[in-house]
Design a protein around this ligand. Structure first.
Ligand SMILES: Cc1ncc(C[n+]2csc(CCOP(=O)(O)OP(=O)(O)O)c2C)c(N)n1
Ligand SMILES: [Mg+2]
Length: 422
């Protein structure tokens, strides 16, 4: 979206960008926008203001106050990985891998925590894939490998009192919320100490103390519940923000539309993260919907939308933090679409042989955990020896906890009838 304004107004907006964006001269502004200083001069003279580009490159500025919510909600800023194409088109395998876009809002201590949670999520999945191969995992194993930056980066943008409704592929959320390791493992293995008393093999549990709710298996059905939670919280006078997730497949259900529409009409504080990992089972994006981006629906609902590279944890965190801030200020919901890739099959029984090799290669070079490790090492936050030790420690804790939980009995058969209303 490009605004045609008077040169004086463009001048004023550039001044605000200069002051608020920490860009103390015009050259810095031009560099961050990726244009020459001459182009910037020309825009100034002609009264041109490419708002979308400014919002994308200076996301830290209070754009809602500057241009108004109505104008802003018409934009869907995008921060995409170079070379990505909507599946099943082939990506550009020679495209560069950009460095992590460091957030202004994170300390190095917080970065270490983000890394640690991503490693926990990765190692948890790898451990369960091994258990599945050994025939010791009950039910399906839905790995989130490749999506760790999304579950960790978004969950970390909340306050502890905010509510989260995670999906089947969001194990990182549970680590960020401090869920106990043994309890998580027992839940996945259906053993004593499970959060669902052994009646379920994945993470369909509610833990009100940690404000974790869901997940409801019927795709889309969880969204109206999350929206209802936000409405109830408002009626009770609480300042709660609700974060929920939906896949690219789940976003095609009727309940998705009802939930987002109602949240937008009521200006409810909900962040809808669309985890676009390019496939729903074996169905690629292009057979699911006809638009390029799912967040492009946002202006249709009258809410804010954004598309981000979901393999950059700091970028995801920043986008979600801004969505949470908007929600808390009463500016309504956001559709935050994160572009990632489901590196495993739908579950471990599926070898995903329908995924073309170039797509697989493109994404394996952009592994979110590896990208963040490179960033952490290059910034000197931790050395590679330290991160290797951290990983080994996580693996050891996981092995110990798994051995312990695997000794526990399965639930007594009568548990199946508890809390069941006939
Ligand atoms: C309404 C409904 N239809 C079908 C299913 C079966 N199902 C479970 S997961 C899944 C694919 C989901 O794909 P997506 O929403 O993209 O999430 P992803 O698994 O890729 O993270 C399907 C079809 C279901 N649970 N609910
Ligand atoms: Mg999907």
């Amino acid at each position: 979206m490009e605004l045609q304004l008077s040169p004086a107004l463009v001048d004023r907006l550039l001044q605000v960008v200069q002051q608020g964006g920490g860009a103390n001269d015009e050259q810095t502004i031009a560099r961050r926008l990726g244009v020459s200083s001459r182009t910037l001069q020309r825009w100034r003279q002609m009264g041109r203001f490419p708002l979308k580009l400014f919002v994308e490159r200076f996301p830290e500025l209070p754009w809602i106050q500057l241009v108004g919510e109505e104008v802003l909600s018409l934009l869907v800023p995008r921060t995409l990985l170079p070379g990505w194409r909507p599946t099943p088109e082939m990506p550009d395998l020679d495209a560069p891998i950009p460095p992590i876009r460091a957030s202004h809002a994170l300390t190095d201590t917080e970065r270490r925590r983000l890394l640690e949670w991503m490693l926990w999520a990765r190692e948890f999945d790898l451990a369960f894939i091994r258990l599945y191969r050994q025939g010791r995992a009950v039910g399906g194993v839905f790995a989130q490998i490749g999506n760790e930056a999304v579950s960790v980066g978004t969950a970390f943008a909340l306050r502890p009192e905010d509510a989260i409704f995670p999906m089947h592929r969001d194990i990182g959320v549970h680590f960020v919320r401090g869920q106990e390791l043994q309890a998580l493992i027992a839940t996945h293995l259906g053993r004593q100490g499970s959060l669902t008393r052994g009646t379920d093999g994945t993470v369909h549990y509610a833990d009100p103390e940690r404000r974790i709710y869901g997940n409801i298996s019927h795709l889309g059905a969880m969204l109206p519940v999350a929206v209802g939670y936000a409405l109830a919280a408002r009626l009770k006078g609480e300042q709660t923000v609700v974060l929920t997730y939906i896949g690219d497949g789940g976003a095609q259900t009727g309940e998705f539309h009802e939930a987002v529409n109602f949240a937008a009409v009521q200006r409810l504080p909900v962040v809808f993260v669309i985890e676009n990992n390019q496939y729903a089972y074996s169905t690629p994006n292009r057979s699911e919907y006809a638009s390029t981006f799912l967040a492009d629906r946002a202006p249709g609902y009258g809410c804010f939308g954004e598309v981000v590279d979901g393999t950059d944890v700091e970028l995801v965190y920043d986008a979600c933090r801004r969505a949470v801030e908007r929600a808390r200020r009463g500016e309504g919901p956001t559709l935050l679409e994160t572009i990632t890739f489901r590196t495993r099959g739908h579950a471990e029984h599926d070898d995903a042989s329908y995924v073309p090799e170039p797509i697989r290669r493109y994404w394996s070079a952009r592994d979110p955990v590896e990208r963040y490790l490179t960033f952490i090492h290059e910034r000197g936050i931790l050395t590679s020896e330290q991160t290797a030790a951290l990983r080994e420690n996580i693996q050891l804790q996981l092995r110990t906890a798994l051995e312990e939980v695997l000794q526990r009995p399965f639930p007594a058969p009568e548990e199946a009838f508890r809390n069941v209303f006939l």
